[in-house]
Write a protein that binds this ligand. Structure first.
Ligand code: SF4
Length: 91
């Protein structure tokens, strides 16, 4: 199995009105030289657009990597509300 095939086996109950991750200061991301979130996130939730970083949390696998690798502490990270987020299915 590829990583993509394994990820596609999972299901998500997305909390569309209360994203569990938030970029605290987009200006810090704009000035961030390496933007590690854009290549460290296994679910590709962070995408560079121009100098900015755009976050969409729908496919998040709740690994916590983005919070750890952000060199500016610019990620506010919480688990989704109870019952929401990823439902892992092991193949
Ligand atoms: Fe990506 Fe993991 Fe951060 Fe979710 S917690 S956005 S999967 S790096």
């Amino acid at each position: 199995f590829t990583i993509e095939e394994r990820l596609n086996a999972n299901a998500w109950d997305v909390d569309v009105h209360r994203p569990h991750i938030r970029i605290k200061d987009p200006e810090k991301c704009r000035k961030c030289e390496k933007k590690p979130c854009t290549y460290m996130c296994p679910a590709k939730c962070y995408v560079q657009q121009g100098d900015y970083v755009v976050l969409s949390t729908e496919a998040c696998v709740e690994c916590g990597t983005c919070r750890v690798v952000c060199p500016h502490g610019s990620i506010e990270w919480n688990y989704p509300r109870s019952g929401m987020g990823i439902w892992y299915r092991f193949t």
